[in-house]
Design a protein. Structure first.
Length: 237
């Protein structure tokens, strides 16, 4: 796999290709949802380039990090106070199954991402092929919970058959952009993602889960030798 240096991190060229390819779907006048992460980073950069060449769009960012990047790239921003429905959202994922269901939230942005990936006419996922799975759940499922009573919420999560691990960053509790905690739920494979999502949502303290069900329209997969655009008619592994 060809690697690419970006600041102090190393990304695959496959992510860059997937992220940039998605920018081809953006048309003049659209309102765009911008996801979060190292793949959509490339979409944001490309979009900045297109805007400097005259493209006129507005965007809603899904995290403080994306907002910062978008501002730097010169992308005009808006909010859900002004927009009911986006034209197109582009976002990364931590896992994608054959039904186009996703695990997201590896970067902790899942709540705002769920807004932009749901309230949109078209949702494109950008990933490298390492994210394609036959069954969700090898990646621990991120669940955002409120800090109050978090240990009680973790016990309820465990009763659903996972090992919940409170996310930390530099030995401190990770705090989401919404001021909440993220719990990474280790399952041994997720057999029924939709029903698991519903059960998790009923638990007191749970804000949102990283299961994104039935929202994806197109997956752009970056590979070592180029990109593949996969539509729902063509099954993933
Ligand atoms: O919270 C973060 C998001 O769900 C990301 O979209 C996801 O973790 C994929 O990120 P990356 O493109 O960096 O692998």
């Amino acid at each position: 796999m060809i690697k690419l240096e970006r600041g102090n991190r190393v990304d695959s060229l496959a992510k860059k290709w997937a992220g940039e390819k998605a920018a081809e779907y953006i048309q003049d006048g659209m309102t765009i949802g911008l996801g979060t992460g190292s793949t959509v980073y490339w979409t944001i950069l490309k979009l900045g380039e297109l805007i400097s060449q005259g493209l006129q769009i507005k965007a809603i960012p899904s995290s403080v990090e994306t907002e910062r990047l978008a501002k730097k790239a010169g992308i005009p921003l808006t909010t859900f106070s002004e927009v009911n429905m986006l034209d197109l959202s582009i976002d990364g994922a931590d896992e994608v199954d054959a039904m186009f269901n996703l695990i997201k939230g590896g970067g902790g942005a899942l709540v705002r991402e769920k807004f932009i990936d749901t309230f949109t006419r078209k949702f494109i996922v950008v990933v490298d092929e390492s994210k394609l799975v036959s069954k969700l759940g090898s990646f621990p499922l991120p669940v955002e919970i409120i800090p109050f009573g978090w240990k009680v919420t973790c016990r309820s999560l465990a009763e659903l058959g996972c090992t919940p691990v409170l996310r930390k960053r530099n030995d401190e509790r990770f705090i989401s952009d919404n001021g909440n905690y993220i719990v990474d739920c280790h399952f041994t494979g997720i057999d029924a993602p939709a029903s698991l999502h519903s059960r998790l949502k009923q638990l007191l303290g749970v804000v949102e889960t990283g299961l994104f069900i039935d929202v994806t329209d197109l997956v752009i997969v970056g590979k070592p030798d180029g990109v593949e655009v996969v539509s729902p008619t063509k099954n993933l592994p």
